[in-house]
Design a protein around this ligand. Structure first.
Ligand code: SF4
Length: 108
């Protein structure tokens, strides 16, 4: 059973995450906050970042291939199987493994 202070801390983090639209992970009493890149972020919008590669506007990005996704991008450093991971373009934030942007570079 969690200590009352653990529950209060969790609720405080959850409220902060809800307010910022970020995801919150809670495991075994230790918390790790993952801040996801918003599609509305200025850099993300400029690069056409979208969290679901299947929803890329083909007319706007004719170079896009639906098989391309962040998990297969050279700039992605998330672990295989994770739903999100870091991208060199967005320091301190994570992108969706199934995401895509126009800076996509296939892994070698
Ligand atoms: S640079 Fe690569 S990993 Fe980063 S958002 Fe674009 S496609 Fe995804």
């Amino acid at each position: 059973m969690n200590k009352p202070t653990d529950r209060r801390e969790f609720l405080r983090h959850a409220a902060a995450a809800a307010a910022t639209g970020s995801a919150l992970l809670w495991a075994g009493g230790a918390s790790a906050q993952v801040v996801m890149v918003s599609e509305k972020d200025a850099t993300a919008a400029a690069l056409g970042y979208i969290a679901d590669t299947q929803k890329v506007d083909a007319r706007k990005f004719p170079q896009h291939n639906p098989r391309q996704r962040c998990a297969g991008c050279h700039l992605y450093s998330g672990r295989a199987g994770d739903g999100a991971g870091a991208c060199g373009i967005f320091p301190g934030k994570s992108v969706a493994a199934q995401g895509w942007c126009s800076a996509y570079v296939p892994k070698a």
